[in-house]
Design a protein around this ligand. Structure first.
Ligand code: 5GP
Ligand code: MN
Length: 338
């Protein structure tokens, strides 16, 4: 983002505005942390700001400060559509393409509002007037911190902002262990703790929320883990029947794909999760090193994401999807076998 653009945004924010803040569908910790963190920041300037999510999000995020003010488009479509229509500014956070907000896309596209994108995914689309895109940064939450910093307002970061931003940085870095975690990230995390983020409590709120059935589902996923030694690849499947057996709830499978990557020597991991209602297999891909799962997801599975973490979907059956997956591995043998 240029100094000029920052100056323009700063001047836009001088007067109270109607502002809508939007995360991607099935929002995760970074999506909710960044949108609510930005909301608390904008509230300091008496804007009429609201977070509208395309759909619901997991229970382990529903304690975040400002959670009660969030509007779920799926539940309150007409109210949300009205707010989008009359907004002056729309911030879109933690996604790079408008189709990632599902049914909300047409409303955001047709709104007259000035659009501002803040996101760390590769290759963002060009729908926003202002684009702050930085794929090297670990999380959109860290980018919101930098955004506030560019507006020369870090001294205004309060406990609510700090708590939200801490949460998303923590979840998107796998609790500060992924390569995207830099010394800058740790400096920002330290300052968020100084501003009132209760690190131990936040970790506990997010991760100590397992239900018995969720752990049983994890056990099922571990039983289904397969290794393709030749390509240093691991994959996990979960059928609709298995999800039903263990009373699957949104968020229950988050992070499960990482177990595949934790197997000694594995460089590429996938999870295939059947969703009968949508008629798809939802796919998450993770990798180590040079294996570019963003490209794999884009090329073969209608998706995208980052170099080492991406997602996509398949409309084939589970069996056919797995066949397709195994057939594409030889194309990437250079990276997988090195
Ligand atoms: P996850 O596997 O945790 O759902 O997503 C991993 C990363 O890939 C996230 O950054 C997410 O935003 C992105 N991603 C997941 N699914 C899709 C998809 O269907 N399309 C695109 N473009 N990105 C996705
Ligand atoms: Mn993110």
């Amino acid at each position: 983002m240029t100094t000029n653009e920052i100056a323009e945004i700063k001047s836009l924010l001088q007067e109270p505005k109607n502002i809508v803040i939007v995360p991607h569908k099935n929002p995760d910790g970074d999506a909710m942390g960044s949108t609510l963190g930005l909301l608390h920041y904008l509230n300091l300037y008496n804007h009429d700001a609201v977070v509208i999510t395309p759909n619901n999000y997991p229970h382990f995020l529903q304690w975040l400060p400002g959670n009660d003010s969030v509007i779920n488009f799926e539940k309150h479509a007409s109210k949300a559509a009205h707010l989008i229509k009359k907004s002056d500014l729309i911030f879109t956070l933690d996604f790079n393409a408008l189709h990632r907000i599902g049914q909300m896309e047409q409303h955001v596209l047709s709104a007259n509002a000035i659009k501002i994108l803040i996101d760390h995914h590769q290759q963002p689309d060009a729908y926003a007037k202002y684009r702050y895109s930085e794929p090297s940064i670990c999380s959109t939450c860290q980018m919101v911190y930098h955004f506030i910093d560019m507006l020369k307002d870090t001294d205004k970061i309060n406990r609510s902002i700090a708590t939200c931003l801490y949460t998303g940085i923590m979840t998107d870095t796998g609790s500060f262990r992924f390569p995207s975690t830099t010394s800058e990230t740790h400096k920002i995390i330290a300052s968020l703790i100084d501003k009132g983020a209760n690190n131990a409590q936040i970790h506990s709120n997010v991760y100590d929320t397992n239900s018995y059935s969720k752990l049983q589902l994890l056990g099922c996923a571990m039983n289904n883990l397969e290794i393709i030694k030749e390509y240093n690849t691991a994959y996990i499947t979960l059928s609709q029947e298995e999800l039903d057996t263990y009373n699957y709830k949104k968020g229950d499978t988050e992070g499960v794909v990482n177990y595949g990557l934790s197997v000694n020597g594995i460089k590429f991991a996938a999870i295939f999760i059947e969703n009968q209602a949508e008629g798809i297999i939802k796919i998450s891909l993770r990798s180590k090193g040079a294996i570019d799962v963003n490209t794999i997801a884009r090329t073969h599975f209608n998706g995208g994401g980052h170099i080492n973490a991406a997602g996509g979907r398949s409309t084939l059956s589970m069996e056919k999807t797995l066949e397709k997956f195994k057939l594409i591995l030889p194309q990437y043998s250079n990276d997988l076998q090195s």
